[in-house]
Design a protein around this ligand. Sequence first.
Ligand SMILES: [Zn+2]
Length: 334
Amino acid sequence: MTGTQEAARRPALGIDIGGTKVAGGVVAPDGAVLATARRATPGASVQETEDAIAAVVEELAAGPGRDAVGVGVGAAGWFDRTGDRVLFSPHLAWRNSSLRRDLAARFGRPLWVGNDADAAAWAEYRYGAARGADLALMVTLGTGIGGGIVLGGRLQRGSHGVAGEWGHMRVVPDGRLCACGNRGCWEQYASGTALAHTAREVARSSPAAAAVLLERVDGDPDRLTGEHVARAAADGDPLARGLLAEMGEWLGQGIADLAAVLDPEVVVIGGGVSVLGETVLGPARERLERALPGRGFRPGPRVVVAELGAQAGLVGAADLVRTAVAESGVDPSA
Ligand SMILES: [Zn+2]
């Protein structure tokens, strides 16, 4: 067996670095997660975050991951094309850090480092809702909006590594201030954070209409989160349902804009907010139908919920390092 074939048959380690936790898993070539490990993310310190990643890798490598072909790391940040440098991460401590070099020195294994939504997009293309699509887009809805592009069987990272950051398309001139430094970004209107923001605004301006929501936070609008809105909506509160529908409309409008630029076959909606399912996706599809440029004269994209859930990032990162090793033709055990 050549090194290439051998690499394609071995498990890989996938690590997903979020704002609150480092989650890792041993991922088989068929996408199955054989074991998991996690640590809290001390987001304020680069050193401590790297220590947490190393601890997860060591734990997995001591068990079912001992034969892993490499380590794939996805994080909520912007990376240069090679994954060598973290350019910017609104929610983590890295600024122009040499993450890849630091981690490669620690692990002594092949490494893939990149954006978490890119990794999730790859996972959905390989094993999930975008299987077989020629052009698939990922939209992850969480604290912000992340994105990834798979075209012709390749993850597309752009000329500088930061393609697919559509959470920062400006949808409202001089709108809400965003962590990226601009105003009116899409993620300020269609993410979990946006949902909380809108709920607080409504609760402050119309406390009577928001009574059901305010009950859940002892009358303090500042404590409202997206989660509160989701639960109130599930209990049938019309205001909460309206807020989710409004978020869905923003989502659909953004997807229409993406369709105008890229004409995707499928748009996969992932991230924590995607568990809301049709409450958000129904209004999103309706808005997309109304807002799609050339509507009635052209097909639009399918809009579907991600299939891999919270593990998409680590599954995709693991498969990306396995694919990179297999394609390089280097015997990973040599
Ligand atoms: Zn922004």
